[in-house]
Design a protein around this ligand. Sequence first.
Ligand SMILES: CC(C)(COP(=O)(O)OP(=O)(O)OC[C@H]1O[C@@H](n2cnc3c(N)ncnc32)[C@H](O)[C@@H]1OP(=O)(O)O)[C@@H](O)C(=O)NCCC(=O)NCCS
Length: 312
Amino acid sequence: MPVHEDLRKIMSSFRRDSRPMTSLISGLSLLGSLYADAREVGDAAIRRKHGIRLLAQAATIGAWTFSIFKGTALQQPSVDRDYTDNLMSMLFAEPGKAYECPAWLKRAMELLLIVHLDHELNCSTNVLRCIASAQGDPYSSAAGAAAALYGPLHGGANEAVLKMLRTIGTPDRVPEFVENVKAGKGGRLMGFGHRVYKSYDPRAKVIRGLVHEVLKQSGKDSPLLQVALALEAYGINDEYFIQRKLYPNVDFYSGIAYEAFGLPVEMFTVMFAVPRAIGWMAHFEEHYKDADQKISRPRQLYIGPQERHPAK
Ligand SMILES: CC(C)(COP(=O)(O)OP(=O)(O)OC[C@H]1O[C@@H](n2cnc3c(N)ncnc32)[C@H](O)[C@@H]1OP(=O)(O)O)[C@@H](O)C(=O)NCCC(=O)NCCS
């Protein structure tokens, strides 16, 4: 399904030095301005039409953010390719050259897409459901969710992990780095810990295996993988992390995987958002099918002064 030509034109004018995630957030929200009936969320057929359009077009818009970043033309998807083939081709095809994705690489990308599809009521999905609860349209809801995903404590953690691994540099510097974190000097250990998982995040295990496979098949080496493995081994055997139940999460190895694919750090959170759009739209639909859902409105406990006196 091609993305509206007007959006391709608008996004072609985005600055090359803009962060790909900001281009994605803008692109998703601009989709809403192209389809006036998207606001009719009470109509199941209209809602479904736009939900499916959004989850399909998020892949194209995600790939376009990489084209903007590289300064290359924004390609429309091809009807002859499936979802993953299209995504790989729009991301990696060189101008004027035919692109054929090797089967093992496509499978690796599919695994990455699958482990990122959905993950119950995390921060961005909660934002999406909050906007949906006010009867916002799917495009505005997904743009809001993507903005939440951008933060380094959420989907932006994969980028932060890679930066942290680069800062550490070599496996022998892991103990010093971790001791600094424990002493409150080096920020948090990015890619460790989770609001819900208090054990090893199963997705991290899948991605760790996938990284090994991609590196083996492509004949590449990743010095950062050696640092990550040393960091994991140190962290999971350290009393500080054991006591607090902090283990590698989905973002710990995903950055190394994206890098092995040839993507720069700026693209990592976009690669998380693209498949997550599918989960977001499933939540959007579920919200509307649940008659008990009301507008989201958390209560707040006021703990300020009971009485104020004007300064004399
Ligand atoms: C994901 C995260 C926000 C969850 O936080 P949380 O469950 O609310 O945990 P808290 O912030 O209450 O932290 C509990 C304790 O563990 C420590 N802690 C939590 N994550 C830590 C980390 N990554 N590195 C070091 N210490 C950490 C906190 O300092 C706190 O210690 P204290 O009890 O001595 O004060 C948090 O683990 C984190 O910031 N991780 C790094 C970012 C990341 O990888 N995010 C991606 C999540 S999928």
